[in-house]
Ligand binder design. Structure first.
Ligand code: ZN
Length: 71
């Protein structure tokens, strides 16, 4: 999780909002699984809206994962 330079935009397709967060590309799989369409890029940038939405989806996924493993 890093700081984002000015001028970077969200990596979600069709979204042109300024990015507030950058994520490591390892999250692109999780993002696609959560239903986000991403522009192909080495870095992942998310705007505030998509960052919140992803965090929510990702947290739910992890909770499910933990539940499955404990079962
Ligand atoms: Zn966005």
């Amino acid at each position: 999780m890093g700081k984002v330079k000015k001028g970077e935009v969200c990596s979600v397709q069709g979204c042109a909002n300024p990015a507030i967060r950058s994520l490591s590309p390892q999250y692109s799989g999780a993002m696609k699984k959560a239903g986000f369409k991403l522009s192909e890029s080495k870095r992942l940038f998310l705007c505030e809206e998509h960052y919140k939405a992803f965090k929510k989806a990702h947290t739910a996924e992890e909770r499910l994962e933990r539940w499955r493993q404990s079962g």
